[in-house]
Design a protein around this ligand. Structure first.
Ligand SMILES: Cc1cc2nc3c(=O)[nH]c(=O)nc-3n(C[C@H](O)[C@H](O)[C@H](O)COP(=O)(O)O)c2cc1C
Length: 250
């Protein structure tokens, strides 16, 4: 069976495209023009700044604004990245929930230094976060778990996240077993292997796309005395390194 979409995106057959989308990758580009970010727009604490952009992203009805890339690195320094959903925003950091037996959890146990990334393309904004991750309390995991729809609770009990399974029927059979076991129990108890993490940031960068790749970037860095230093950074890459004819393109 092919892909199933609830609301089908307009997928056109390959032959109907007027150009070769692979050969034309280098021609894909977009001019950014929606906004600007100036020093005077910034708050002293980057979490206040994030909250401000978060309000704007939700106000702009950005779909899955809480989808963020979580990058981890294992003890050999091999990086891994995947999307998780932001489920809590606190002055101390960013919260998400996952399976404690998953690959990402093993990587975070080996190396708690992680990065998060938000890309809100409709606003031409990116937020980069680096920090240290730790597990949230069992009470907090319970509280969030029990706020989830029953189907997601069953999913958390069912899914052997990151393990190789022979086919989908294994997941479906597991889900059925869990449903039968907990038929009379609502809400389900939180599984031992499931819970939250909080990323406590030490660096946060706010990026606003600007015309001609002269983007606005401000990076906050946590100082040993607890205050945040703010630096403006160069927009993207050294334009002189590009051939002159392509200068406007990058
Ligand atoms: C939009 C989206 C949201 C997701 N949200 C979560 C999440 O909140 N928690 C989670 O564990 N996995 C989430 N996933 C699945 C992860 O990307 C990943 O496949 C899974 O956690 C296994 O990762 P790992 O093998 O690196 O541990 C999400 C995936 C997508 C595309």
């Amino acid at each position: 069976m092919g892909l199933i979409f609830a609301t089908a995106p307009a997928i056109r057959p390959e032959s109907s495209l007027k150009y070769d989308p692979v050969k034309n990758i280098e021609d894909l580009r977009k001019a950014y023009h929606l906004g600007a970010l100036e020093h005077e727009d910034l708050t002293l604490d980057p979490m206040d700044m994030f909250r401000r952009w978060w309000h704007e992203a939700i106000g702009a009805e950005i779909e899955e604004a809480n989808a963020m890339t979580l990058a981890t690195a294992n003890s050999q320094g091999q990086p891994f990245a995947r999307i998780v959903l932001l489920k809590g925003l606190h002055q101390e950091g960013f919260e998400f929930f996952t399976n404690y037996d998953s690959d990402k959890s093993k990587e975070m146990a080996e190396n708690p230094q992680v990065a998060l990334l938000f890309f809100w393309k409709e606003m031409e904004r990116q937020v980069r976060i680096e920090g240290k991750v730790e597990k949230v309390s069992k009470e907090r995991s319970e509280q969030y778990f029990q706020s989830r729809p029953r189907g997601s609770q069953i999913g958390a009990w069912t899914s052997p996240q990151s393990q190789v399974i022979p086919d989908r029927s294994v997941l479906e059979a597991n889900a059925k077993q869990v449903e039968e076991k907990y038929a009379d129990i609502d809400p389900l108890p939180v599984p031992e292997h499931w819970g939250g993490y909080i990323v406590r940031p030490h660096t946060i960068e706010f990026w606003q796309g600007r015309a001609n790749r002269l983007h606005d970037r401000f990076r906050y860095g946590l100082q040993p005395d607890g205050h945040w230093a703010i630096n403006r950074l160069e927009g993207w890459r050294r334009r002189a390194a590009r051939p002159a004819s392509r200068e406007q393109d990058y």
